[in-house]
Design a protein around this ligand. Structure first.
Ligand SMILES: Cc1ncc(COP(=O)(O)O)c(C=O)c1O
Length: 403
């Protein structure tokens, strides 16, 4: 199929729910992607954080090749060597106490499991989320997602869910009732604009949850796997949740969701109360084993901290040069650049110049590169952003003169 035929086929036969860009990618390696015409792009979106190891990491490819010849699928009613290896590796890395996992296929599913688990473990129904949060689009996860453009068309959603102002421990304390089972928080709000909490906030939330005897769930779907300079983002503040939701990069690019909790909490689920057919498929677990090995062997959390600092410094230089930039935020390689205007033009212009970036709300450019991005590739991205911000400023200045 040629470029046009590919785009036509997807447009004709796939549900029209994605905000499509007119690009067809057929190949990737590390932090680079190539389109069907052979044009090269630096990928600073990494499929919304999935490709943290970069594209087609050789160790993922090798592990998949071996496993695909052995066993691709096996329901979790049977035991499997690769699944056992993956889960052992995973719980050796999760924060202390979080040593029982449920495996699923996506971030939203990891949140669904957390909601059910919190209700079952506490015998209470209410879950409190925060305004601006994003937890996915299945009915339970959607109920906790804040943006009304996602929620309103699908009302009524799951009951006994409420949202409080973010970063405000007093508001949270006031909102908790004797019906509250859990509080769910993204340690850094991703979709909500790369919002880093104030220094003491997460430990204050931990204290409030302990005092009020409600469970604390961290949704680390976007922030974990070394992205923020620590394996899990909550480790930046030394706060451990009761339940943690993981997904995106944990299987090297294959679909995975993981909900981890303590043995005590996870044992609230009785046989049959929660499951999914694909839970812990050997192929996904083989990729998961390789992904965790690469994460540790290549020191990717430390690399994210160092390269993230460099990237942020360069972005801050752009901010001081271009008035269109309001603020640069982020930790590790989870970076946001807030503009004074809609980011659409900047994203499209950068794309035309071979750099893929995404939005996090209307005015924030989100930069989530593979953790293997090199300093040279960061320099390329900065050069392109410098040009693009300059062009946007010139266009806005001339349209103001014309008006
Ligand atoms: C924090 C967070 N939670 C949950 C999700 C939902 O994950 P998925 O799209 O895999 O269902 C996302 C997706 O971006 C996310 O960023």
């Amino acid at each position: 199929m040629n470029e046009k035929e590919i785009m036509n086929a997807e447009s004709l036969y796939l549900a029209n729910v994605f905000s499509k860009k007119p690009l067809v990618f057929t190949r990737g390696k590390g932090a680079l992607l190539w389109d069907v015409n052979g044009k090269e792009y630096v990928d600073c979106a990494s499929s919304y954080g999935v490709a943290a190891l970069g594209h087609c990491h050789p160790k993922i490819v090798a592990a998949l090749k071996v496993q695909v010849e052995k066993l691709i699928t096996l329901h979790s009613c049977y035991y499997n060597d690769t699944r056992a290896e993956f889960i052992q590796k995973l719980v050796s890395l999760t924060p202390k106490g979080l040593n029982k996992a449920f495996l699923s296929n996506s971030g939203a599913e990891s949140v669904e499991c957390a909601i059910k688990l919190a209700r079952k473990a506490t015998g209470k129904t209410e879950i409190i989320g925060v305004m601006g949060a994003y937890h996915g689009k299945t009915m339970g996860a959607l109920s906790l997602t804040w943006d009304k453009k996602y929620r309103e068309p699908f009302m009524p959603l799951v009951s006994d869910i409420k949202h409080v102002a973010p970063d405000n421990p007093d508001k949270l304390r006031e909102a908790i009732t004797d019906k509250t089972a859990a509080v769910i928080i993204e340690p850094i709000r991703g979709e909500g604009g790369i919002r880093i909490p104030p220094g003491e906030y997460l430990s204050q939330v931990r204290e409030i949850c302990d005092e009020k005897k409600v469970l604390l769930i961290f949704d680390e779907v976007q922030t974990s796997f070394g992205r923020t300079g620590k394996l899990f983002c909550c480790q930046n503040w030394d706060v451990t949740p009761d339940i943690m939701c993981l997904a995106k990069p944990f299987a090297g690019g294959l679909p995975i969701g993981i909900t981890v909790a303590s043995e005590d909490i996870m044992s609230a689920f009785k046989v049959g109360e929660h499951s999914t057919t694909f839970s812990g498929s050997p192929l996904v677990c083989a990729a998961g084993c390789a992904a965790l090995d690469v994460l540790i062997e290549e020191d990717l959390a430390d690399k994210a901290a160092v390269n993230g600092k460099y990237f942020k410094t360069q972005l801050n230089e752009l901010a001081s040069k271009h008035k269109i930039v309001k603020e640069v935020r982020g930790l590790g390689l989870m970076l946001g650049m807030e503009l004074r205007y809609d980011v659409y033009g900047v994203i499209m212009k950068a794309q035309n110049k071979g750099v893929l970036i995404i939005d996090a709300g209307k005015t924030v450019v989100r930069i989530l590169p593979p953790l293997v991005i090199s300093k040279e590739q960061i320099d390329t991205v900065i050069k392109v952003l410098d040009e693009v911000l300059g062009e946007e400023e010139n266009e806005r200045a001339s349209s103001t003169v014309l008006n």
